[in-house]
Design a protein. Structure first.
Length: 446
C-alpha cells in the first residue's frame, strides 16, 4: 500500500513538472528577440519590415517608439538589428520590466492603472513624435499593457479621475474589447491618434497580441490603428456594467460631449492621415499554443488544442477545462490546451488574478479526482496585482488544503486565490517574461 501511495505522489509531481515545461515552451516561442529578428532586416541602406521596405538616407533617422510589457525587449532586439543606423526613440514599459538600451530612451510606468510617470513619459513621446522629419522612419512597438502605460486624460480632467475609471472597469467584469473602447475615448493618443503627431510618412507598427481574435484596433487600445468604435459605444459599455453613475462628473461630461459631436471622434477606418501607417501582427497566443502542443507531444502526451479564443468568467472556463479532462476521449496520458483570457467580476477584497481564480475553481471541482492537473498562467509572468504568473491545482494540492483546514470556496468567493495557493504551494512564479500573448490554460490527464 505504501508503495502505491509513493507512486501516485510521484506521478502527480511528474505531472507538475511536465505542465510547467509545457507552459515554459509556450512563453519561449513568443520571446520578442526571436520575433523581431524574424520580421525586421537592415542591409545596404534598406530597412525591411515585414512586406515594407524603406531607404535610409544620410538625413534620415530611424525612430523607435513603443509601449507595453514587451517594449523593452522588443527595443533591445531592434538595437541589435539596426546597427550603423541613426537611431533614436522612447519606449514605455511596466515597472520591473526594464532592460539596458543604448540609443532608445526607456521609461517605466504603472500597470494596470496608469500613474504620473506614465503621463510624463507619454507627453515626452508625443514631443519626440512632433520633432520627426519628413525623411525619418518610425517603428512603433506595441504589446499588452500599453493601454495603461500610454497615459493621458481628457481636457479638464486629471489623472486621479482616469485612474478611477480604469479601476472601475477592471473590477466590473468587462472584457478587454469593452474596456479598451472606453479607454480610447478618454485619450488623445489611443485609437489611431498617435501617428497624427508625427511629420514622417514612413511608419510601421510591430504588434504583439494579448487580445482574443488579434483585433489590432483593440491591442493596447490601438494607438496606431483606425478605430471603428465611437463615443456612443463607450457609453454603452459603461451603461452595461452600471458604471455610468460612478463616473467622475468631468469624465461623464466628456463622453456626453463626444456623443453629441462636440468632441472629435477617433480616426475611423479609411482615414487619409493613416494611409501610410502599416500595422503588423508579429506574435500571438496561437504561436504560443502551437509551441506548447509540440512540447507536450515530445513529453509523450496525446495533445489537443481545445480553443485558442477562450473568454468568459474564470470559473466558467475552469468548469469547461475540467469537464474536457474528465471526458478525455484520447489516449493517456493526455494534454488539453486552451489559450485566451478569462475575466473575473471582483466581489471580495482578497489578492489574486484571473489565472489563480481559474486554477482554484478547477481545484474545487477536482478535489476528489486523481490523475488530473489544471494549470492557468499569464505569458507575461503577471497575474493581477500579484507576484505570480498563475497557479495549478491537483488532488494532492487540494488534499493539502483540507489538512490545513483551508476553505477553498471561501477563498474563491473573496477573490483571494493568491493566499490559498501561497499556503498550498500552487503558485507559478516566473518573474517578468518580457512578452505578453494572454494566458495558457492546460489540463494534464494521466
Amino acid at each position: 500500500m505504501l508503495t502505491g501511495i509513493l507512486i501516485f505522489l510521484s506521478q502527480e509531481r511528474m505531472q507538475r513538472e511536465d505542465a510547467i515545461s509545457i507552459f515554459q515552451a509556450a512563453v519561449a516561442a513568443v520571446q520578442p528577440a526571436h520575433l523581431m529578428h524574424q520580421h525586421v532586416r537592415c542591409r545596404d541602406g534598406v530597412l525591411s519590415v515585414c512586406d515594407q521596405s524603406f531607404n535610409i538616407t544620410d538625413g534620415s533617422t530611424v525612430w523607435v517608439f513603443g509601449a507595453g510589457k514587451a517594449a523593452a525587449s522588443m527595443a533591445q532586439a531592434l538595437e541589435q538589428i539596426l546597427t550603423g543606423v541613426q537611431l533614436k526613440g522612447l519606449v514605455i514599459t511596466k515597472y520591473e520590466h526594464a532592460l539596458p538600451l543604448k540609443h532608445i530612451i526607456l521609461k517605466e510606468a504603472a500597470h494596470p492603472v496608469p500613474d504620473e510617470n506614465g503621463v510624463k513619459a507619454t507627453a515626452e513621446m508625443a514631443a519626440l513624435l512632433r520633432s520627426t522629419g519628413p525623411e525619418d522612419i518610425v517603428l512603433f512597438l506595441l504589446s499588452g499593457g500599453a493601454s495603461a502605460l500610454l497615459a493621458d486624460y481628457p481636457a479638464g480632467a486629471d489623472l486621479a479621475q482616469v485612474q478611477q475609471v480604469f479601476s472601475l472597469l477592471l473590477k466590473s467584469g468587462a472584457d478587454i474589447y469593452e474596456m479598451n473602447i472606453v479607454r480610447k475615448h478618454l485619450s488623445a493618443v489611443k485609437g489611431g491618434q498617435l501617428p497624427l503627431l508625427a511629420n514622417t510618412k514612413a511608419w510601421c507598427s510591430l504588434i504583439l497580441s494579448d487580445v482574443v481574435g488579434d483585433d489590432l484596433s483593440i491591442i493596447g487600445s490601438g494607438p496606431t490603428v483606425a478605430d471603428p468604435s465611437t463615443f456612443g459605444d463607450a457609453m454603452a459599455v459603461l451603461d452595461k456594467y452600471a458604471l455610468t453613475s460612478q463616473l467622475p462628473p468631468v469624465i461623464h461630461a466628456h463622453l456626453q460631449q463626444g456623443c453629441a459631436g462636440k468632441i472629435a471622434e477617433t480616426p475611423k477606418p479609411g482615414h487619409a492621415d493613416l494611409a501610410h501607417v502599416h500595422n503588423f501582427l508579429t506574435g500571438s497566443n496561437h504561436i504560443a499554443l502551437e509551441a506548447a502542443k509540440k512540447q507536450a507531444i515530445s513529453l509523450g502526451y496525446d495533445t489537443e488544442i481545445l480553443s485558442s479564443t477562450a473568454t468568459g468568467q474564470a470559473t466558467d472556463l475552469a468548469e469547461k477545462l475540467v469537464s474536457a479532462a474528465r471526458s478525455w476521449p484520447g489516449k493517456k496520458p493526455g494534454c488539453i490546451l486552451m489559450g485566451g483570457e478569462s475575466t473575473v467580476t471582483v466581489k471580495g477584497d482578497g489578492l489574486g488574478g484571473r489565472n489563480q481564480q481559474l486554477a482554484l475553481a478547477a481545484g474545487i471541482l477536482l478535489e476528489n479526482i486523481p490523475g488530473i492537473l489544471i494549470l492557468s498562467a499569464g505569458t507575461d509572468g503577471t497575474d493581477g496585482p500579484t507576484d505570480a504568473a498563475g497557479a495549478f491545482s491537483d488532488k494532492e494540492l487540494m488534499q493539502k488544503a483540507i489538512e490545513k483546514e483551508l476553505d477553498a470556496d471561501a477563498y474563491l468567493y473573496h477573490n483571494n486565490a493568491w493566499h490559498f495557493f501561497e499556503k498550498t504551494g500552487g503558485l507559478i512564479k516566473t518573474g517578468p517574461t518580457q512578452t505578453n500573448v494572454m494566458d495558457i490554460m492546460l489540463a494534464i490527464i494521466s
